[in-house]
Ligand binder design. Structure first.
Ligand SMILES: [Mg+2]
Length: 180
């Protein structure tokens, strides 16, 4: 059980993408940030990054961190979100397959060790990225609308998060340390 939980443990668990402190990424030696789209930066299936999201990515980029969208969503949606944020996007990614994360690393030109993935799904974003040696940040999903299968998987995710929290393995908001 402990090994199973460890394989699913994000480096950080935050209420929202906007709570991710760019300075924390810098302190961890992060050179690039790969972000999920649906329910991480906008509502599932039809949402797009709002001005708060745009300014978040501007703050990350200002720290010299390259950014990229990695999403299983179709090209037209990912392209539009990428244009709004002025960063590259990899659509139809096929997460949690390792090949998906390697495609994003190729776009960014960084190694797995210096790259962080942020997303809202443990089995798609965190597990997939961890297997490829990337750092991971899990965020609470943006909305409650999602694919029926995802809704079912959420029950398992909640059990995993409970298990991690009970063992004191979950780093949350306060673990980011000082701002700067
Ligand atoms: Mg998502």
């Amino acid at each position: 059980m402990a090994g199973f939980l460890e394989a699913l443990k994000p480096d950080l668990y935050l209420p929202s993408l906007l709570d991710l402190d760019p300075a924390w990424l810098v302190r961890r030696g992060v050179k690039a940030l790969i972000s999920d789209l649906d329910n991480t930066m906008a509502a599932w299936k039809n949402g797009y990054p709002d001005s708060a999201c745009v300014s978040f990515f501007d703050r990350v980029k200002a720290k010299g961190i390259a950014c990229c969208i990695l999403s299983n969503a179709p090209a037209w949606r990912v392209r539009k979100a990428a244009e709004i944020l002025d960063i590259p996007g990899v659509p139809n990614a096929g997460k949690p397959r390792r090949a998906a994360f390697h495609r994003a690393l190729q776009v960014l030109g960084t190694t797995a060790r210096e790259t962080c993935v942020v997303g809202d799904q443990i089995f798609t974003d965190v597990w997939g990225a961890k297997r490829s040696g990337l750092m991971t940040v899990l965020v609470v999903p943006f909305g409650t609308r999602e694919f029926i299968w995802t809704k079912l998987v959420r029950h398992v995710e909640r059990a995993v998060l409970r298990g991690l929290a009970e063992r004191g393995l979950l780093e949350t908001l306060s673990s980011q340390g000082g701002r700067g």
